[in-house]
Design a protein around this ligand. Structure first.
Ligand SMILES: *Cc1c(COP(=O)(O)O)cnc(C)c1O
Length: 357
């Protein structure tokens, strides 16, 4: 009997990439596969996406794992490198690097090597996290162009802070600022994450950087995958390991956090915070049992949850459950836990087997 597992639908992944390409017709796509491809498995995800023009990761080690798996496409380090050693490794693996801090420009100036990098200069248009401010940009560009080993190409990018808020004026301001600064440079530009691509006119640029949408999830709060023709890639599935009667008035689980309001049937399902289910998914979070909706009751434990199946017939040891994925949007489950789908997906622990279909 299979317990908790993350079923990864690679045909959905490819279909989502096609949907994104259709919405960003003039753009090339760097598939964002940081954080173990949002929990979906770094290498299998990249291998399932031969149509991606490039892959984007947060850390050097993630890029190296892709090269070791035989990925030959461009790989972009979204936060760049932080030492001379890392820069040398980035050269060795032919990574493209984001440069967002003067320290990284100095590393490039001190670097002695033949490899000509593709350098992505990051411009801060309002996110106030990474990137050069508009007033500093021209000087940085001049320094990068004057490197002893000149870059193979300089490109520019920015990141949107509030693109998931459909009516927020900040995104338009960021797009306008970026355009004002970069329109006449003749450099390739990258703007949109998933919400920028799907929600905003002019939110793409020459390169788009989809993450969440690639995994089939709408980047908008309360959004649904179907609205954009996306298909959830991960289904976190599990199994009932016992069913018990709980008489009215008795409690279930640690802390007695749920009291049976009537004589109840409770299914115990494999999967807990040791697998990445958040403890904030308490009482009332939705679970699909045999394809029908039921509610989590009591607390999430390390290896198990309890689900009220009083209303459902034919639930027994071995009955299949879905914690999120096909038939139950991770966005809805995340809302119950007071979080966002990103955190639930990335949080799926290594002990959960990934089953690629
Ligand atoms: C993670 C990341 C993305 C992808 O964001 P999604 O919202 O998942 O599409 C794009 N760009 C940068 C710089 C990122 O760090």
């Amino acid at each position: 009997m299979q317990l908790i597992r993350a079923i990864i639908d690679t045909s959905a992944l490819r279909s989502n990439l096609r949907q994104i390409k259709a919405r960003a017709p003039g753009s090339r796509v760097m598939a964002v596969v940081k954080a173990n491809a949002y929990g979906h498995g770094l290498v299998p995800t990249a291998l399932a996406l031969p149509e991606a023009d490039a892959f984007a990761v947060a850390r050097l080690e993630e890029g190296i794992a892709l090269r070791e798996a035989g990925i030959r496409e461009a790989i972009i380090l979204l936060e760049g490198v932080f030492s001379a050693e890392q820069l040398a490794e980035a050269a060795q693996h032919r990574f493209e690097i984001v440069v967002h801090d003067p320290f990284q420009v100095s590393l490039l100036e001190r670097h002695r090597g033949e490899h000509r990098f593709v350098v992505w200069l990051k411009i801060d248009t309002g996110m106030n996290r990474l990137g050069f401010r508009a007033e500093d940009f021209a000087a940085v560009l001049a320094r990068v162009r004057a490197l002893r080993t000149p870059p193979a190409e300089v490109r520019v990018m920015t990141h949107l802070a509030r693109a998931d808020e459909r009516d927020c004026p900040m995104t338009r301001q960021q797009l306008d600022r970026f355009d004002a600064l970069t329109a006449r440079l003749g450099l390739a530009r990258s703007i949109g994450n998933s919400a920028g691509i799907l929600g905003w006119e002019g939110g793409c640029g020459d390169w788009v950087r989809p993450g969440l949408a690639l995994y089939g999830i709408s980047p908008f709060p309360r959004g649904s995958s179907a609205e954009f023709g996306l298909i959830p890639v991960m289904t976190l599935a599990s199994t009932v390991i016992t069913v018990r009667r709980v008489p009215k008035g008795e409690t279930v689980g640690y802390g007695g956090a749920w009291t049976a309001p009537r004589d109840s049937r409770i299914a115990i399902v494999a999967g807990g915070y040791g697998d990445g289910l958040l403890r904030s998914l308490a009482n009332g979070a939705p679970v699909l049992v045999n394809g029908r909706r039921a509610s989590l009751v009591g607390r999430v434990a390390m290896d198990m949850i309890a689900v009220d199946v009083s209303e459902l017939a034919e639930v027994e040891v071995g009955t299949r459950c879905v914690l999120w994925g096909r038939g139950l949007e991770v966005t809805e489950v995340a809302a119950h836990a007071g979080t966002i789908p990103y955190e639930l997906l990335c949080g799926v622990r290594a002990r959960v087997p990934r089953e690629t279909i």
